[in-house]
Design a protein around this ligand. Structure first.
Ligand code: NAD
Length: 370
């Protein structure tokens, strides 16, 4: 029987509540479809700090490196606001991204028909929206050196960040975008600022060369990142896959996120390079939202972002495409049935707790599997 190892890192705040709903689905997949998931558990963020004085222990880091995929909840909260910078909760996520070499961040923005009316944009602009933002995650201005504040000695200081990209970094992130486009509408739009940034000039050149060499069947367009932000709110359905750097991706993916409603609906995946022997990529799946301390422990958290992250895990780490499609259809079906958590509640709908929403999606998944 096939064995698939999952490491669950629920983290802090609403992370454990949302992860509990994924556990139900893992059990259903094992029981009804012999999916063969072996589940390991670990601590991350404030929970790991309380237990080990670190944002993730070396032992849990090893489990993450050995697992087929990691499911991550959320980290942080006021309890740990005063802890040392190196062991703050977010350091656990940054260590995972760094040591697993997760260079590609995938953020889909899908507008479920049942929620189209509650978007801040007009219904016709967002209804049926399905775009994927592929953000470079380990390079660019967040990591480039020098990165410092220097004292100029005249009462002035200078803050410096360095935007830097090498050819291989652009080749590998654009390769991921082109490959994913082939499984979707086969279109990639690359966004940079070649009009004012040297790194943008190189980005555009390398994306074009990668396209010509290996992915000429995919439709490629280029857009300045500021114009891209404007087009995302004007007519987002023109896009299929958007590929962009770390800084622009951070902003553009947040813009795209708000097209679809609540933070509680948004999944993400972070992928590494394929293993040369097995072809498998290291991968971490997590909701976009944080630990939401304001609602933690109250049964108010929307578990859909976490569950949709698990659907991405089925799709990208285990090639369980039919199961991923069915799970996404189960989410859409439950919303069509008028079920809502508090964050997406509207008149005439039925409000459910976190666990009730998880149960409803699990039941719908089973119905769709029958
Ligand atoms: P947040 O995403 O935790 O919450 C923002 C708002 O959205 C809150 O009002 C919250 O109640 C609501 N919300 C978020 N997820 C929800 C869900 N699933 N269902 C219903 N409502 C939801 O962001 P924040 O308040 O800025 O940060 C809180 C803590 O989370 C901080 O410590 C921050 O550092 C951390 N954080 C962690 C991550 C991560 O773990 N990847 C990401 C962002 C923030």
């Amino acid at each position: 029987m096939v064995t698939r190892t999952l490491l669950l890192l629920p983290g802090d705040g609403i992370g454990p509540e949302a992860m509990a709903e994924v556990r139900k689905l893992i059990a259903v997949l094992n029981d009804t479809q012999s999916a063969g998931f072996t589940v390991q558990e670990g601590l991350v963020g404030g929970a790991a700090y309380d237990a080990h004085g670190q944002a993730i222990s070396d032992e849990d880091m090893e489990k993450a490196l050995a697992a087929d995929a990691v499911l991550f909840g959320a980290v942080g909260g006021p309890k740990w606001d005063g802890v040392a910078y190196e062991v703050r909760p977010e350091a656990g996520l940054l260590r995972l991204r760094k040591e697993m070499e997760l260079f590609a961040n995938l953020r889909p923005a899908i507008c479920y028909p049942a929620l189209a009316a509650s978007s801040s944009l007009k219904q016709e602009v967002v209804e049926g929206l399905d775009i994927l933002i592929v953000r470079e995650l380990t390079g660019g201005v967040y990591f480039g050196e020098p990165k410092e504040i220097i004292d100029l000695g005249n009462g002035q200081k200078r803050g410096i960040d360095t935007q830097v990209y090498d050819t291989f970094e652009i080749e590998r992130i654009s390769g991921v975008a082109f490959e994913l486009a082939r499984t979707r509408a086969n279109k990639v739009c690359s966004m940079e600022k070649h009009n004012v940034m040297k790194s943008g000039v190189l980005w555009k050149e390398v994306v074009a060369a990668t396209h010509k060499a290996n992915y000429a069947d995919v439709e490629l367009t280029h857009m300045l990142a500021d114009a891209g932000g404007m087009q995302l709110v004007r007519w987002p359905k023109q896009f299929d896959v958007i590929v962009t750097d770390n800084l622009f991706g951070d902003m553009l993916s947040d813009v795209a996120a708000m097209l679809t409603g609540s933070l509680g609906m948004l999944p993400s995946a972070s992928l590494g390079a394929p293993d040369p022997m097995s072809g498998a990529r290291k991968a971490l799946y997590e909701p976009v939202h944080g630990s939401a301390p304001d609602i933690a422990g109250k049964g108010l958290a929307n578990p859909i972002a976490m569950i949709a992250s698990f659907a991405m895990c089925l799709r990208y780490s285990f090639n369980m495409v039919a199961e991923a499609d069915r799970l996404e259809a189960a989410i859409a079906g439950v919303l069509d049935d008028g079920m809502r958590t508090a964050d997406i509640m509207s008149d005439g709908m039925t409000q459910l707790s976190t666990a009730e929403m998880g149960d409803a999606i699990t039941a719908k998944y089973l119905t769709l599997s029958a």
